[in-house]
Ligand binder design. Sequence first.
Ligand code: SF4
Length: 894
Amino acid sequence: MTQPSPALAAPAVKTTCPYCGVGCGVLATPDGQGGVAIAGDPEHPANFGRLCSKGSALGETVDLQDRLLKPMVDGQASSWEGALGAVAGSLKKIADRHGPDSIAFYLSGQLLTEDYYVANKLAKGFLGTPHVDTNSRLCMSSAVAAHRRAFGSDTVPGCYEDLDEADLIVLVGSNAAWCHPILFRRMIDARNQRGTRIVTVDPRRTQTGEEADLHLGIAPGTDTALFSGLLVHLADQGKLDSRFIAEHTAGFDGALERARQIAPDAAATARATGLAEADVHAFFDLFEKTQKVVTGFSQGVNQSAQGTDKGNAIINCHLATGRIGRPGMGPLSLTGQPNAMGGREVGGLANMLAAHMHFGPEEVDRVRRFWKAPNIITGEGMKAVALFEAIERGKIKALWVMGTNPLVSMPRADRIRAAIAGLDLYVVSEAIATSDSARAKGKKTVLLPALAWGEKDGTVTNSERRISRQRAFLKAPGEARADWAIMGDVARRLGYGDSFAYRSAADIFREHAALSAFENDGSRDFDIGGLADITERAYDAHLPQQWPLPKRGTDGKGRARLFADGRFFTFDRRARFVAVQPPALAQAATPERPLVLNTGRVRDHWHTMTRTGKSQRLSGHRAVPFVEVHPDDATRFGLKDGGFARVSTEAGQATLEVTVTDGVRPGSVFVPMHWSDMTASDGRAAALARGIPDPVSGQPELKATPAAIEPVAYRSRGYLLTRAPLGPPPGWWWARATVSGGSGLLFATQEGSREMALAIRGLFPGQELAEYVDHARGLYRCAVYTEGKLVAALSVAPGDRRPDWELAKQVFAQPDLDAVDRRTLLSGRAAGASAGPVVCACHGVGLDVINAAIAGGAGSVEAVGACCKAGTNCGSCIPEIRKLLPGALARSAA
Ligand code: SF4
């Protein structure tokens, strides 16, 4: 964390974390020199002062390295005038020649609501193209579709307090311990305080599963069978809420009949899901006998070719038991991104219009009149997968990407680069100049420098419908501008200036709030009309509030929960049960591709690492792209823990370090989603995914792609530490990580130690080199000095040795080296104990230190924390610490 200088420290600014959908409040104290100290906001109701490892490290991510600071047109720096003229001129020409629907926007759950609102209005109301979609399509659009089918609206019924009050929390397809860590701490607190039981449903036994009272390691894609079986069980045991079903719902009989076809009893459920029958009974029993149940679900449910059905199978069980909208109970979609919910509110998805309105004729007319929109669209646009396919086909001629990195995150990402090359106009609004998507090129390419977190100003909505402010506390760097202001200028050039004459983010927010209330007589869930007249001052001071916040009826307090009254947003105000389809993905593997590839997140990185990749603390936990393989599959395919494997699918291939773990099921492999061409030679997970879209939501499958795996051998492995990032030579396998004081590469190569010794001389000609040479054993270490200062360190060893660079990184971080440090670099050994790979990112505590604490008598997580502070901040590393404790082994074996 950057420490503020007392003389220059400004007051703390209350803002919101830019990562996951928990939406934690952050206190940011700028130091007046471009840095900032970060702390959790004790008054924010999402986190009450806590931050996870990612949030705590935000201060390490605000530097200007790799920032896009000037507009660029076809690779040349441009004035704003020139860049905006190029965008507006090209859009006009393309719309005239090919029609407005040849233009597409691809937005992001990282955008603020105000930016999102303006993009949606410009495209759908004025340019007249329906093709506006967002990376939230890849994140939670199946939850949106499931909500709409069940409730008639995209409403999250509950809130985080329900987790505090639940007696049973079921987490489906959610590694909350890593992906929503602060919420997970609330769940653990509930367990400690009231004995709340936690059940996880996930093909992987993740760190969340390690902490659960019951882990159900189901076969990929079989969630609908599990929850169909549960519905049948509840019916057969007479545990339904018949009054609620009769008075407030429709479609129950059809849903139950279908559930009986899929999973008529516990034994059939066990067969369909691959679970032990005893575990199925245990789960059914817990759900049946516990009144206060929250079922949290996230990407493991949503990122699926049957994601919408999975969501509805869960919701069916809550509706059937009336466990919805009441304290401590209900389905709870955990959104991945900081403003996925805000994007849904403005209509950023291709199948929404605006303010939770869709495409009924009266809705289109209402929005047209409100916006005074001359070119309002009348139907849905293409969803992300179809949209990029349309670019491939040449149907879309212009694409404007804002705040996202589809070349890394979209399934079949290799094809997307080729598709973009065919665009007549490719516009990227970005903060990072070197992201894969910013480096792609269309026939005309315009890069527009956008404000980043800490510089921009507006609102975000978290997973419990809570609207919070993101506030600026740093000056806009270079020529970067707010996205809404950029779009306003383009709109003016297109002749729509009057409708985009916003002077501030608050101006936009007021209009957005007014639209939500426009002709809304309570028939639409999203209503924040109570904020439509908010003054600039009140907007500046705005405290987190949950919607709905209509003008009348809520005392301006918002609503924590909806649907307790049994009134939904369907035409008859009844919720709908959905007759879901049987699981169809269990046979995803084929003889040529006998494994099932799952993708997801790691604890300390966020999306494509353009921000978390700047933190050396966060880069210390998992430094290279990897594939998790079950021990049986490792034996079957000749793979070693710490070795390399090539994973190939019909969409692409990647070469990854192997982690052998029984946390994945036999027949499954897991690859994290974060690495890009910017950070690794060959590690893009989404490029492997076939991405079959869900038929209802259009969300692509990222959890079950047939895959093959084979070992890959390299002659040498090692690391290279340099003060500035170096481009690795062609042919190396490499992964880049930020290290304190510079940049680090972990690499593997077919070159031997001799060739590497020559190469380092070529990279640093004329510099002082201190070397350790043992070519007979394939060993070479070298430290490079310029005027006595260490500028680089290289270590090469045979290819079957995993490099350990923790010591070298510690030495490299120091400004001045003594003789012991110099010897350490060459010997690879420390005089004292090393820290080992980082386990606790918050306090920078390594594996060796924790092992030493345990060896010294620390017999519990708490005792380890007391010894070395590990696990005492956000708690995300507690499952890993627990695993290191001998007692944990006995506990899991019991
Ligand atoms: Fe940010 Fe972590 Fe909170 Fe998510 S849980 S909002 S990543 S601090």
